[in-house]
Every structure is written in C-alpha cells, then in structure tokens.
Write a new protein. Structure first.
Lengths: 347, 291, 474
C-alpha cells in the first residue's frame, strides 16, 4: 500500500506532464462549469485576475497562498519518500495554528527575534506531536497511517472549534475566534503594502535544505531506501525501517505544523475555524505535481497558490464556490498517478 | 431517553451501515476505496436533486447512479490504470467535493441549510414497532434502514455463498493465484467497487432524505472514512459491520441527546466521539489483521 | 489418439526469439516430457497451450478444431486442459474445497461444492479433507492439491510445469506415480522439467527444447542420458572439474543451537570451504541462514551462534530483498555500506567504485546510473554478489543464489562462489535444487524440521534425498 517509488519522479522528463496535468484539470473545470450552466469566460477571467491580474494579486494572494502549499507539499513528499502517506496534514496544520496562537498571544513585550522562532517552533512541535499517535499505531500495532492521520483531521477540527470557543476565545467572548497575536510574534512583511511575508523565504530555504538532505546525505539515502523498498533496505541495507519511517512521518507532521504557525504568524494573526481551505489535501496534489522532488514542489506550489488565489476571486466575482477548484486538483492527481504508473511499467 | 438514543443511533447508523457494507464487499476483493467518501457525497447531492425533481424515489435512484459514477472513476484509475489506490481514492473524494460544490450552487443557489426537500418518513412495521424499548428504534424507521436489514444476509450470501464471492475473495487474498485459476481479477474487483459505490450513493441518500433533510457542501464530513474503520471493526463480515455501524451511530447520536440536555463537558468532545472511537477500534483490532 | 497438438508455434519477447516454429503433441495414455534448461522456452510453450500467452504464429489443437490459441485459461480448461504451475496457486486463506471449486469453475458453493471436491480428491486417491484451510497443509499435500485443482474440471490433458521443484526425491517418485496413474486411466500428461532422472522415471516420449528450438524428439526407448544432455545443453558441457580448497579457521560456530523445537545442533563452518544445506522448502534452512547472516534471529530458540564478521548475505529474492529496483546501480552498491560512508555522500567516488566493480564482476549495463530494474536477472545477481564480496566478508551466506538464472549466469555465479572460497571466505549456501547443492558444496548438511545433520563425505544423491524426507538408510 505504500506509494513508494510509484509517484517518484524517475523517468518523468521535462515539464510537459506537469503542465499537461494542470492544464487538463483547468480544462475539465471549465467543461463542468459550462455543463452546469455557468459563464465560463467570466469564471476563467476572474480566476486569472485573482491569480496574476495585478502586482497585488501576485504579491498579496498567489504568493501568500503558495507558502503553506509548498510547505505542506514538502511535508507530504518527505513522508512518501520514506513510504508513509500522511493524509492528515490538514489536522497537523490546525494543531500548529492552535499552538502558535496560544504562544503568540502571550508574546507581548518580547523581541521578535525570540517571539517569532518560538511561535514557529511551537507550531512545528505541535504538528509532529499530532502524528505521534499514527506513528505508534503503525509501528506497534500495524495500523496503516492512512486511516489514522485521516481520522485525526476531524479531531483537529473539533480541537479548533473548542479552542476558539473556549480557552483561546477573544476577550469579549462573542466571535468564534482568538484574540490577535502580539505584534512581536508576527512575521515581517517583505514589500510595502503587500501581504507577502517572511514565510516565503523560510519555505524556499526548507525546500533547498530538504533537496540537499535527500540527495546528498546518509540520512536521505536511508530514507529513500526505506521508501523505495523497505524489505531490501532491511535485509540488504541493514536499515531499521521503523526508525526511518517514524522520523520521516514526524518531520512531515512538523512541516505541516510549521505551515499552520506561519499562516497564523504571517497572514491571519489569529485563530479562526476553517483557517485552511483544504491545504492539507491540496498539498498532496502539489507534491505529486512536483514529482516528489523538493524543487518541483516549489513550482507546483506556486501554480496551486495561483489557483487558490483565483478561486477566491472566482467566488467573489463569478459566484462559483471556491471548492470548485478541487476539481482541478483531483484531475491533476489522477492524471499524474496514471502517468507515473505508465512510466513505471514501460521501463 | 434510552429509547430515543437508540432510535437516533439506528437512524444515524443507517448511512454508515450502507457505506460500510459496500466497502466490505470492495475490501474483500483486496482493494481499499477512500473514494467512498466522495461517492457518498455524490449520492447525497444526487438524492437532493432527484428528490426535488421527482420525489424521494427519484432521489434514491439518482443517488445510486451518482455513487456508481463516482466509484467507476475510482475503478478506472485504480484498477484499470493500476494507479496507487490510496492516492486515487483521495483524489476522487477531492474531485467530488469540487464537483458537488459546483452543481449544488447551480441547482440550489446559495440557499444552503434553508433548502427543504421531500424526506423519507419512517414507516412503522405493524406489530414489531410495538415491541418495548427496541420496537420504535428498529421498526419505525425509513425504508433505507429496512434495506440494511435485507442487505446483511444478501451481502453474506454474495461473499460466502456465491461463485462471485469466491472469486472476489480469491482476488483479494491472492490476485495472481486467482488469475491462474482463470478469475478475471480486474473485472471482479470492478463489479465489487461499483456495488460498493451504489451502496455509498444510497448512504448519501439516507443521510439527506432520512436524516438531515437538506444538502450542504461537504456534508458527509468524513462518514465515508468512518465507514472504513467500521469495516475493520466488523471483521469484514456484513453482520459484524452492521453491528459496528450501530455502535458508531450511537456514538454520534450521543451528541444530540447531550446538546438537548446540556452537559458540563464541551460539546466538541461529543463531536469528536465517533472519531475517537474509530481510532480506539483500529488500535484494538490492529495486530489481529492486515488493515 | 492425439489430445493436444501444437503446430509451428513461434513467440518473440522483444529481441528474444523465445520459441521458433515448435511442434509438440501428446496422446491418450502418454506421458510426454518437455525437457530443457531454464530459459529454453518450455514454460512459454505451455503457457501458450494453456491460454496464458498468445503465440505470434502457429496453431493449438485440442479436440476437433485448430485455433490460433486459447484466449484465456478458462477457454483452455473448457477444452479439457489442466495446468500445475511452478509455484503453488492454491490460496492459503481458503479451504481445500473452495480452492478446488475456484480452479474448476464450479457454480456450486458450500456443502455441494465440498462434496464434489471430495469426489475429485477420491479419484486420485489422495488424503485431502475439503473442509480444512490450505494454510494447514504440508508442502507435499499442497503439491497434490495443485494436481486435484488442475484436474477438477474433468481435464484430460495435464500440464505439469516443473512440479518437483519444491519436493524431495522420494516425494517426487510418489508424484510421478500419481501422474502415471492418471495417464493409464486415459489421460495425457506433459511433464516440463530440466531433470533427466525424472524423464527416465516417468516419460514415454521426450521433446528437448534449446533456446526456443526443438533439438530432439522421439520415444524414450531411443534415448540415453548422454543423448538428452547433449540435446539440452549443446556444447556447453562439460563443466570444469572443481578444485577443492583446504579449510582454514572456524568462522561460524553453532553450539547446541535450537531452531524451533528441533533437537540442538552443534556444527562449524571453516574459512575456505563451501557448506551446502540440502532441505525441502520450509524445514528451517531459511531461519538458520538468516540467523548466521545476522538478518533475523527470530527462528532461534536457544543455544549459541558465533559468527565472525564481516558477513555478507545473498537473499533468496533478488528483486524484493536484494535490490531496490528504482535505485541506480551506484545506490544499490552503497546499500548496506552506507553506515561506513561519510555523513555527506560523495556520489562521484561512489560511481567510480561501482563502475570498477561492474567491470570486475562482468555486470553488463549501460552505466552505473541506470536503475537496477533494467538489468537481466543474471546481471542483477552478479551485482548483488559484487556488492557482497566488496565487503571483504569472512562469511558469505547465500540462499538459492542461481534461482531462475540461465545456464551461463549460473555458471558465472558458481565460479565466483568457488573463487571466494578459494580466497578464504567461508560460504554457507542453500539451493532448492539438490543437484546444485551437491555440485557446489564441500560438505552437505541436511535439514529436516529444523534439525541439522551433516552427511558423510561421499553420500550418494539418493542417500541425501532420503535424509531430506527424514528416511535414514534405505
């Protein structure tokens, strides 16, 4: 059941399949919208405007949306490369956001140099902690992480709902949201007047680091070996698959949790229900579209960031629900898994 | 109060049982379909549209077809193109969330919860519904609940008493051996997936027509995934799966009773109860079988 | 009366002509042996007969009409064919009766299917209970079940694909008796094998395939071991006489070692010798070898096992356990040595090292960067051996090191193992082919149910075979 190698990029040459899969997704979305009787031109124009229509669309929407998608896409990639399917990034993201908020609201008077790392670290740790149970259940009881991480998403929803109506609710106790985090805990913005924040360079750094770790280090070699063939890794490589699997899944959760913390610290400045519009699932498409290579994930994250940004505009301007873009994600994923299988059986 | 809880448990457990019995058939063939969440959602929307146009009967028919269509997509990619089934199932569910979002907006505008549909009224079975305590819970329910009662023996016969079931189980235990015996493994699995999809569609119909009475975006809320845990708890046997569905139905129904009566514990805990139960079940049954 | 006739069958796989205008038939009451080395095309021919493969040209005739071949095994069965495959096809989680019903294509299930299964079993006079799960059967009974499954749909033509691979010699004799009985009762049997003694024991007629071409065919009365061996192997005989090395220090010492509930065993393996383990599948050889290799000592119930390091291991399953198919050759050679490498890997140096090993061990591949999956089985095995010996091991443990390889690759692997022993490595190996054990080993251990017994230096093949099934001194 592991997706080891199956979606690994080997043999996929060039950008053609990526653009093809993404393009096919947009095409089918347009088709469905047309069949449902929507004004397709208006929808696509709104989509384009929301994503690339202006400098501000790029710097305040597309790039901002791309940050969590890249980070979670890297998280999914890390898991898959070790043979673990982390379908629970949505939940780990939420836990990262809760914890980051809990720390951030108390950071008044601190130096940003302390407050920001603290908030981000808190989010990453919470994200990792949220996969601890799936890790233990997989290694000790043989229960697949697919189902457990998935179920924990719903528990995370309940936890957010509890937090914003309970311990973290804003002081007036009217709205289901937290108080704002301290100014010191907020990520600095990069451009005057735009929402783009320090999260983008952080995420790019993580991608670069991950690319190096996977391809150039013993740690990455062990991880890839376990993901590609856990039996051979153990028997011929003497690698204890369970340790590698655990560390990959925990780091995957940490990246998702970090994503939640960055979202709070860089964008929302407070905890809300449904902070993520499904980033945890979109990130699966991002990772697959990026051929499970960290630098590919960056490109795919930017593409999907644009799509998410456009979806918002489409909902506002053309009255089409934002969830519609999940059609693009689904089509892109399905196209890519089929292509991956084809490449594999022909080699 | 106990009778009320029991009645609610059976009502809430019905869609779970329909989906889980379907997934049992799928999993006996050696496939795990995370797309049943999407198939159930498609069924829910199908039921809403069908019921608006042609009453509850139409709703059930359209729901069934929608479930089959969603799972046909899964079968085409996972079985025939041999792509990773977990990823495929996840993608099918994502796609159905998007697709139902588009269609629902077109069909119902932004009405949301304000939408009212014809619903399946409970049908009391003369005599049996008068039984003390359980009469109302078991025998004064929607026709889809009675379908579950029929499905348990029917699915058991299909799996363990028919040639198809033998071929299906062989395909699940050892596809290569089954193929050597001349079993058309992919065709057998496809049929199982379509049957599972039909039942997931009916599960969506039961959710809309017999429980909630309206359609909202993402309304299945992970019930399809819970059904997969139920399959494990039920030991991949239709009878056990139906009983496990009732247990999960009760775990969900508790929150209604609690909300009505008030409780010191935060209500999110009750919301979380079915998922906690699912995790506990997986933990307990973990070692004993391959999941 | 001819029951099955294959005419002018040809089949290509990519660049390889697997079969070239092959003719083959079998008649009522006859056992017709199809003899050839691994890779000669025997299985391919029978897979075409049974509808598992389609021929590029030629006809298949079973009964009145000649066709271009059956479209599926189902169609072949309907025409009266039954096949026993090299590997077991019964499903352990199902009952004996369910397996028979499945293979026979019966509509009935449950008690009625069980009754029919019991009848089919009785026809072959076998001690099988339709109600028990297959997982509880012995290897020998599972083998018999395969025959019942093949014949259950009233087959008249039985195709047996190397049925003796998992059996000890006495069990093979019983199997051949069952087969003979079926032919005498009006059936027809095709016996695929690469073992001459089986052909002489059971066949009325023989056809020899070599590299996809029939090199000899006719009644057994005209044949001798020599004529068949030459037809089978061409001019590749004889093998070089082997040079025995003098054993040195003890490098593997087992004291009172217990596998499962078997009696304790004490033995030693010395550097420079090849010790071969002869055993029927599932008699503890795997547990013992893996314990010595340091891979898994779960099978050890007690006692002491001292093994000098380093130890290298050649696992039974190349593609699943030995290699990572998606990894490059360089990465595969690093596998197992990664802990000695620096934290940051120097891929250029690794690639150079791999290229040198490939040259030394004659691993044929375009470069060290291609995926291991693209190599032939022989080259994969040579790569695994190269990696194992690159570790400069004192002990080399090998499970079925030439399984499924053609004769050239087999010989290359044998030479390497002998050369390693000559250089002072202690080699401990097992093969499911008894002849390979006898050919390679300086000393032979026989394992039955976890007990280990050393055979005398010049024990005959029959004596070893008897010991493998627990009979002593027949």
């Amino acid at each position: 059941m592991t997706a080891s190698g199956a979606e690994r990029g080997r043999g996929w040459r060039g950008l053609l399949p990526i653009i093809g899969a993404f393009g096919l997704g947009v095409l089918l979305l347009a088709l469905f919208l047309a069949l449902a009787g929507f004004d397709v031109t208006a929808a696509l124009v709104a989509l384009w405007r929301g994503a690339f229509g202006s400098w501000s669309a790029i710097a305040s929407a597309t790039l901002v949306r791309a940050v969590p998608l890249i980070l979670l896409g890297l998280g999914f990639t890390l898991g898959v490369r070790a043979g673990a399917l982390n379908i629970g990034m949505e939940g780990q993201f939420a836990l990262g956001a809760i914890t980051a908020t809990a720390v951030g609201v108390h950071a008044n008077g601190m130096s940003p140099l302390i407050a920001i790392p603290m908030v981000l670290a808190a989010g990453a740790i919470a994200g990792a902690a949220w996969v601890l149970l799936p890790v233990v259940m997989r290694l000790r009881l043989g229960v697949t992480e697919v189902i457990t991480t998935l179920l924990l998403n719903f528990l995370a929803d309940a936890a957010v709902s509890y937090a914003v109506l309970g311990p973290l609710q804003e002081p007036l106790h009217i709205y289901p949201q937290s108080a704002g985090i301290a100014a010191a805990a907020r990520l600095p913005r990069l451009l005057p007047g735009e929402r783009l924040h320090l999260g983008l360079p952080i995420v790019l750094g993580v991608a670069l680091l991950l690319a190096l770790l996977l391809s150039r280090t013993r740690w990455g070699f062990r991880l890839r070996a376990v993901g590609a063939n856990p039996v051979a890794a153990r028997i011929s490589g003497g690698i204890a698959a369970s340790g590698v699997f655990a560390s990959a899944l925990l780091w995957s959760g940490a990246l998702a949790g970090l994503g939640g913390a960055i979202e709070v610290s860089g964008v929302s400045f407070a905890l809300y229900p449904n902070l993520s519009p499904g980033y945890g699932f979109t990130a699966i498409a991002v990772a697959l579209l990026g051929r499970l290579q960290p630098l590919g994930v960056v490109i795919a994250g930017l593409l999907f960031g644009a799509l998410e940004a456009g979806a918002g505009a489409m909902q506002r301007d053309a009255g089409i629900p934002a969830v519609a873009v999940q059609v693009v994600e689904a089509v892109a994923i399905l196209t890519l898994v089929v292509l991956a299988r084809r490449e594999r059986s022909s080699s | 109060m106990i009778a009320e809880l029991l009645t609610a448990a059976v009502r809430v457990g019905t869609p779970l049982a329909l989906a889980a019995i379907g997934e049992t058939i799928v999993e006996r063939g050696g496939v795990i379909n995370l797309g049943i969440e999407g198939a159930m959602l498609a069924g829910a929307l199908g039921a809403a549209i069908g019921a608006t146009a042609a009453g509850t009967g139409g709703g059930i028919a359209v729901a069934l077809l929608a479930g089959v269509a969603a799972s046909a997509l899964f079968a085409a990619v996972a079985v025939w193109a041999r792509a990773d089934e977990i990823i495929t199932g996840t993608a099918v569910t994502l796609g159905m969330i998007g697709l139902t979002g588009i269609i629902a907006r077109r069909a119902f505008g932004t009405v949301g919860v304000g939408l009212t549909l014809p619903t399946l009224a409970p049908v009391a079975i003369p005599g049996l519904s008068r039984l003390p305590l359980v009469g109302d819970a078991l025998f004064n329910q929607s026709p889809l609940t009675y379908l579950v009662y029929l499905l348990v023996p029917a699915a058991s016969w299909l799996l363990f008493g028919s040639r198809f079931g033998l071929e299906l189980r062989a395909s699940g235990e050892s596809p290569s051996s089954a193929a050597a015996a001349g079993v058309p493994v992919r065709r057998v699995r496809t049929i199982a997936i379509l049957v599972g999809g039909a039942l997931a569609g009916l599960a969506g119909a039961s959710l809309v027509l017999a429980q909630v009475g309206t359609f909202t975006e993402r309304m299945t809320g992970g019930r399809g995934f819970i059904a997969i845990a139920i399959v494990i708890l039920g030991g991949r046997r239709p009878g056990g799966v139906a009983a496990a569905s009732l247990l999960f139905g009760a775990a969900t129904a508790v929150q209604y009773v609690v909300q009505a009566s008030g409780s010191a514990l935060p209500y999110q805990l009750w919301l979380a109860l079915p998922y906690l139960l699912a995790l506990a079940v997986l933990a307990i049954s973990g070692r004993s079988r391959r999941i | 009366m001819t029951l099955l006739a294959l005419r002018e069958i040809s089949k290509r796989f990519g660049a390889t002509q697997a079969l070239d205008r092959v003719n083959f038939d079998v008649a009522v009451g006859e056992v017709h042996a199809l003899l050839g080395e691994n890779g000669a095309g025997k299985s391919t021919l029978m897979h075409i007969a049974y509808g598992l493969l389609r021929a590029d040209q030629g006809t298949v005739q079973a009964g009145a009409t000649a066709t271009s071949g059956f479209a599926s095994p189902r169609a072949a069965r309907a025409a009266g064919l039954g096949m026993v495959h090299q590997h077991f096809t019964s499903i352990p989680a199902l009952s004996v009766g369910e397996n028979i019903a499945l293979a026979a294509g019966w509509r009935e299930t449950g008690a009625r299917a069980e009754r029919r299964a019991a009848e089919a079993i009785a026809r072959l006079a076998l001690p099988l209970d339709p109600a028990v799960l297959v997982t509880s059967l012995s290897v020998q009974l599972r083998q018999r079940l395969e025959i019942v499954m093949a014949l259950a749909a009233n087959a008249r033509i039985l195709l047996l694909d190397e049925p003796s691979a998992v059996l000890a010699p006495p069990e093979v004799r019983e199997l051949l008796r069952t087969v003979r009985g079926f032919a005498n009762a009006g059936g027809a049997v095709v016996l695929i094998t690469h073992k001459l003694d089986e052909v002489f024991a059971a066949a009325d007629r023989v056809t020899v395939l070599r590299r996809g071409v029939v090199t000899r065919t006719g009644p057994m009365a005209n044949e001798t071991a020599d004529s068949l061996a030459r037809a089978m192997l061409g001019n590749e005989l004889p093998r070089a006489p082997r040079q025995r090395s003098t054993p040195g220090d003890v490098v593997v010492q087992a004291r009172e070692l217990r596998l499962g509930d078997a009696p304790p065993a004490t033995f030693a393996v010395r550097s420079g010798e090849i010790v071969g383990i002869a055993a029927v599948d599932g008699n503890g050889q795997r547990a013992l070898l893996r314990a010595v290799a340091g891979v898994n000592s779960d099978g050890i119930a007690g006692g002491a096992l001292d093994v000098n390091s380093p130890v290298a291991f050649i696992p039974e399953d190349r593609t699943l356990e030995g290699l990572i198919a998606d990894f490059s050759l360089t990465e595969n050679v690093l596998l197992g040595l990664q802990d000695d490498a620096t934290r940051w890997l120097d891929w250029a140096a690794r690639r150079e090292r791999t290229t040198a090993l490939m040259a030394e061990f004659d691993v044929r591949a375009p470069s060290a960067d291609v995926a291991a999956a693209t190599l032939s089985g022989g080259n994969q095995q040579k790569l695994i051996l190269a990696r194992a010996l690159a570790r400069a091991p004192r002990v080399l443990v090998a499970e079925d090191p030439t399984r499924g390889l053609d004769i050239r690759a087999t010989q290359a692997i044998h030479e390497r193992l002998r050369a390693a022993a000559a250089q002072g490595v202690a080699v401990l190996m097992h093969s499911s082919d008894l002849d390979e054990v006898l050919e390679l080993a300086d000393r032979v251990f026989v394992m039955t149910n976890g007990s280990v017994r050393e055979m005398p230096q010049h024990a005959s093949r029959d004596a070893v075979g008897d010991a493998m099934v627990g009979r002593t001194g027949t």
